[in-house]
Structures are given as C-alpha cells and as structure tokens.
Design a protein around this ligand. Structure first.
Ligand code: 5GP
Ligand code: MN
Length: 339
C-alpha cells in the first residue's frame, strides 16, 4: 500500500469513483464517505457512494444520503459500478470481509482500492494506496486531513462540514474519548469558523428516538443485564423475541453497550444481540483492557483498543457462556482496575 499523498496530483483528472464503508454504517462510516463524496464531486469526478447494507434512520438526514446505493437492495447496479470504477475508496474498515455480501465484487475489482481508516491491523496488501492511522479519532478526521493536506481547504462546503462533524462527534462519544486530541478540536473550530451549525446535528442524531426504542432500552437494562463486580464487567443480551416485540430497527441498538460502562467500577461492557443468522457482539472498555484483542481471540472480530465487535454462529445462550468463559480467562487483567 503506497501513501495516499501519491494520488493528490490525480484529483484534477476526472475518474469513475466509488466510495464504500463497512456494513451497517455508523455516523463515522456514512459521514466520512459522504464528506469525501461532496469533496470529489467538485473536481468533476463521477462519484457514487455504496453501502454494503441498509443503515439507521438517525443517519438519514445527512446531505447526499439519498444518493447512496444499498448493495443488498441493488446488487446489479452496484456490481457494475464496482467493476467499472477507476478508484474504489474504502472508508472506516480495513478488512474486505467487513463489507459482507459486497466482498466478492470488491475483491475482484480491477480499479485501485484506496484505504482511509483508523482500525487496527489493516489488510494492507489489498490496497494500492491508503492511510491507516489508529491514533485518529475517526475516519471523518482523516478525510478532513486529506482535504487540507492536499491543499484543498477552500473546497470545504457546508455539506462536507455537516458530514464530517457528525462522524467525528459520534466516534469520539461527543468529544469525550481519549482519542479526542487537540487536532479534533482544531478541526471543529475550523468547521465552526466556516459557519457550521452543530446543534441541529446533535438533535438529528440523538433526539429522534421512537417511543419503542426507549421502552426497549428500559426493558433490556431491567431484565437482560448481568453485572460481575468481581471482574469489573457487565454483559447485556438481546433476544430476537425482544427485537420483534419492540419493533427494533437497524441502529436502534447503537450505543446500548455504553450504558453498563456508566456503572461505578465497570471497565468492560459487552452486548450480544441475536440477529437471526448470527449473534453480533459489541465490546467496550475503559483504560487498559484491550477489547480489540478480546474480540479477535474469542469472537472472530476486531476494532479499536477500547471499542470492538465480533460475531458468532453459536446460540445466544452458548454465546453468553462463551463470553463468561472468556471473561474468566482474562480475570487477572479485569479484576485489577487501573484507569
Ligand atoms: P460496534 O460495536 O459499534 O459495532 O463496533 C465497534 C468497533 O469495532 C467499530 O470500529 C467497528 O468497525 C468494529 N467492529 C465491529 N464489529 C466488527 C467485526 O465483526 N469485525 C471487525 N474486524 N471489526 C468490527
Ligand atoms: Mn470510525
């Protein structure tokens, strides 16, 4: 993988471009791809954003989101765009398997794959150009860096500012995680200087719950959360029956895993959701417990040091037992609480 700066001189030569992200995109995945979309459009490129799957309703306000193709819904159109693309930007993921059903087409593409990502252990051999930086708060911050470092800060318009702000804000937990560096605040200050209205973005993302979602949250915290104080750990499990009962949609479970971390002393939180075809897991930690390694070792996943995910085909009950066994295997690290 060569440095991404090698493509800067090519920005002015119109190309066929697709931009994609990980399945079930979050604010950073959709914000960074659409931010880059609004940037590249200004050079006369033909640009299409493709999501491997559908996305949460709380993302639906983003400028440009209505042009995004859902691969699961329109595989034929998407495959043609992928096959014909000169550049295939891969944002907010670093292993092609994170694009689910799109993986085959993306692997076979003859254009150049370009990585912009901040997760651990990238598949560098799969990308012609790219940047992988785990110290970055978000892929949105990396798209901002790409725009400014390529000498194009004057191209940051309100659409770009809104998309990039949404991703950097959500991936930093509203500017609270340790990844919130001075550069993050400088970027936001720059976007504010350009006229960004940040308050409507917070409202669009956080004040749009359905009544069902809040009742689901209450139900889960009351009935489906187990706390292991000895190991500073908590786990939430969500059954398919509850997903159906509360009419839970893509995105409605986002952020649930953070609630147990708010319990005094808890440094490791997990959620396992029965999605039917698989049990999807999320892991969050505070301080020195490495959930990227935990997810890779026990749940075929990965991510960041303090936020990671994975999946298993075992039943919910067995997955929960697997989690408890894995917790016990890590009890020395978990019971010594330093952060
Ligand atoms: P979340 O728990 O919010 O789905 O994801 C937390 C972090 O872990 C995100 O940065 C996400 O990209 C990553 N992640 C989630 N699930 C998986 C997975 O199955 N495999 C890998 N490699 N990373 C994941
Ligand atoms: Mn991200």
């Amino acid at each position: 993988m060569q440095a991404i700066s090698n493509i800067f001189s090519e920005f002015n030569t119109p190309k066929k471009v697709i931009i994609t992200m990980h399945q079930k995109p979050d604010g950073d995945a959709m914000g960074s791809t659409l931010g880059l979309y609004h940037f590249l459009l200004q050079f006369g490129h033909t640009v299409t954003v493709i999501s491997p799957t559908n996305w949460a309703a709380f993302i639906q306000w983003m400028p440009g989101v209505k042009t995004v193709i859902d691969y699961d819904q329109k595989p034929d159109i998407a495959n043609e765009l992928i096959n014909n693309a000169d550049w295939l930007f891969c944002l907010d993921f670093n292993t092609l398997s994170r694009t689910k059903n799109m993986e085959v087409a993306l692997s076979a593409a003859t254009g150049q794959r370009i990585l912009i990502d901040h997760h651990r252990e990238p598949q560098e051999e799969k990308f012609a150009y790219g940047i992988s930086d785990t110290s970055k708060s978000s892929t949105c911050e990396m798209v901002y860096d790409l725009i400014t470092q390529s000498g194009n800060a004057d191209k940051i318009n309100d659409n770009i500012a809104q998309c990039l702000y949404a991703g950097v804000m959500t991936d930093t937990g509203s500017f609270r995680f340790p990844s919130t560096t001075a550069s993050v605040h400088k970027m936001v200050a720059h976007l504010k200087d350009l006229g960004l209205a940040h308050a409507p973005i917070h409202e669009a993302l956080f004040d749009n719950n359905s009544e069902n979602r809040l009742r689901f949250l209450g139900n889960v915290l009351l009935n489906n959360m187990e706390v292991f104080y000895e190991y500073n750990t908590a786990i939430i499990t969500v059954t398919q029956a509850d997903l159906i009962k509360f009419d839970i949609k893509t995105g409605d479970t986002e952020g649930l895993v953070n609630f147990p971390l708010g319990i005094e002393g808890i440094k490791f939180a997990s959620i396992i959701i029965d999605r039917g075809e698989e049990r999807k897991c999320s892991f969050r930690s505070k301080g020195d417990f490495d959930v990227n390694t935990f997810a890779r070792t026990y749940f075929n996943g990965g991510g960041h040091f303090n936020a990671a995910g994975g999946a298993t085909t075992n039943s919910l009950e067995i997955a929960k037992q697997d989690f408890k066994n894995a917790m016990l295997a890590n009890k020395d690290k978990l019971s010594t609480y330093t952060f």
